[in-house]
Write a protein that binds this ligand. Structure first.
Ligand code: PMP
Length: 284
């Protein structure tokens, strides 16, 4: 596989990042994951715009502009012959001469890395047909979850807790309300209304979330953006998650209890179809 590191396309075995890189030492970096379907990028503009925001919020320099970024994405898809898969992009505050909590001087260049992950048949995931199981855990992440940082240890622990419980993912709960999944936004459906956490610093502003809510409203579905409790989730008619890599994925069980019929619900199935169809049409 060919990867991109600081302006160069190199075989993955030859890519190098310094041990002093602040991404490595302080998780001082941001990332994006863009999916590829049929060799085309899904919502590149949304991801590039959120990346700019994450960088701005952290006073971090952008090493490339949007056009260059798009060119690098396309080149990697091409070189690695990706039909369906993902592109991972990470930018860190670079590698100063020594480890220091203070941000380095402005002449330290950021580090930028991109690589592809080949996932043939990404859109026909068998999990989407049966739905996934989630458990609930306390949300113990930091307070700026709207910034897409590479600080992913707690979500990673959450994923392990889910696996240990025989589930697929964890929904995190803060002050009695669900925030989001470990790497996705969380939704329930009650009496035809789609309910998902409102935007704030408590959750990541999902690019898939924005698209799905737009499609839902265009299809005259009712949407409520507000926090919901675990109790509401357990008594919901259906539930689902969204993310760039899972699109719309039904959730059929929460803490060992069936949600609705225990099978993927009609709203989740319909939104998945609409999302995939519209995103493929708009893909670049
Ligand atoms: N929330 C969290 C915590 C995430 O990590 C992700 C995906 N990285 C999402 C939501 C979904 O965001 P997107 O739709 O942009 O992939």
């Amino acid at each position: 596989r060919t990867v991109y590191v600081n302006g160069q396309f190199v075989p993955e075995g030859e890519a190098k990042v310094s041990v002093f890189d602040r991404g490595f030492l302080f998780a001082d970096g941001v990332y994006e994951v863009t999916s590829v379907l049929g060799g085309k990028l899904i919502d590149f503009d949304g991801h590039a715009t959120r990346l700019e925001r994450s960088l701005r919020e952290l006073d971090m320099k952008a090493p490339v502009d949007k056009d260059e970024l798009l060119a690098v994405h396309r080149e990697l898809v091409e070189i690695n012959s990706i039909e369906d898969g993902m592109i991972y992009l990470q930018i860190t505050r670079g590698a100063p001469a020594d480890r220091d909590f203070a941000y380095p001087a402005a002449d330290v260049e950021p580090t930028i890395v991109l690589f592809t992950q080949n996932k043939p048949g990404l859109a026909d995931s068998p999990a989407a047909k049966v739905g996934i199981k989630v458990i609930s855990i306390e949300d113990q992440r930091w307070g700026r979850r709207d910034i897409k940082t590479v600080q992913l240890l707690y979500p990673s622990m959450g994923k392990m807790m889910a696996k240990a419980a025989g589930a697929d993912d964890a929904w995190m709960v803060e002050d009695g309300k669900v925030t989001e999944g470990t790497s996705n936004n969380a939704y329930i459906v009650k009496d035809g209304t789609i309910i998902t956490r409102d935007l704030g610093t408590e959750i990541l502003h999902g690019i898939t979330r924005a698209a799905v809510l737009r499609f839902a409203r265009e299809a005259q579905m009712k949407v409520e953006e507000r926090g919901f409790t675990l109790e509401e989730a357990k008594n919901a008619d259906e539930a689902f998650i969204t993310s760039a890599s899972t699109f719309v994925m039904p959730v059929v069980e929460m803490d060992g209890q069936k949600i609705g019929t225990g099978e993927p619900g009609p709203v989740a199935k319909r939104l998945r179809e609409i999302y995939l169809e519209e995103s493929r049409k708009a893909a670049t």
